[in-house]
Design a binder for this molecule. Structure first.
Ligand code: 5GP
Length: 199
């Protein structure tokens, strides 16, 4: 763990963006996908069903349990976890290795359990914690999103409390007070200088 003042901005090839549920990891990652084509954003496999507007192969690879089991058995996943005690999510390893071999910086937007596995399996990875401006704001974002049932929201808030305590395990912390600002900070931490000013 280093303080912000000590942090050297060196090109980190593999970067993990994690943080509590509903903090806006997906929104920040989408912003980076749109504004920073140099970054290779890993596409995860998941056993959950697509939400409206989500495209197979773009936002996730939507797979069934049997296919997810096969990916685990064939050692195709760099990390995987059951998130919010419900669905399984994992990072296909081959595309990550290929992009890194091509010298492209790779960003994984994953949960805390996955971030810990990456820490073990790829110690050189940079772990960035995306935090909410406040707890109240996190609750507001989760409830306001309206994509989960009340029971699902309660489960995710329980997970979020535990996840917030993990920030000290990370190399850097970025506050998601504004999507563009937070995304630019993440990209800057990856050692990339955006081609155009996006603030
Ligand atoms: P959602 O269902 O809202 O898209 O994502 C739920 C959670 O799963 C988010 O916290 C997201 O970061 C996490 N997640 C997405 N992909 C992966 C992955 O490949 N591995 C792990 N461990 N978590 C993931």
């Amino acid at each position: 763990m280093t303080t912000a003042a000590e942090t050297e901005i060196t090109p980190a090839r593999l970067t993990v963006l994690a943080g509590p549920t509903a903090v806006g990891k997906g929104t920040v990652a989408a912003y980076i996908r749109e504004h920073c084509p140099q970054v290779c954003l890993s596409v995860s496999a998941t056993t959950r069903k697509p939400r409206p507007g989500e495209i197979d192969g773009v936002h996730y690879y939507f797979v069934d349990d049997a296919e997810f089991d096969r990916m685990i058995a064939q050692h195709e996943l760099l990390e995987y976890a059951t998130v919010h005690n419900s669905y399984r999510y994992g990072t296909p390893e081959a595309p990550v290795r290929k992009a890194l071999a091509e010298g492209r910086p790779v960003l994984l937007e994953i949960d805390l359990q996955g971030a810990r596995q990456v820490r073990r399996n790829a110690p050189d990875a940079r772990l960035v914690f995306l935090s909410p401006p406040s707890w109240d704001e996190l609750v507001r974002r989760l409830v306001g999103r309206g994509t989960e049932t009340a029971e699902e929201q309660r489960r995710r808030l329980e997970t979020a409390k535990v996840e917030l305590d993990a920030r000290s395990e990370f190399d850097d912390e970025v506050v998601n007070d504004s999507v563009a600002r937070a995304a630019n900070e993440v990209v800057h931490l990856m050692g990339i200088h955006p081609q155009k000013e996006t603030r």
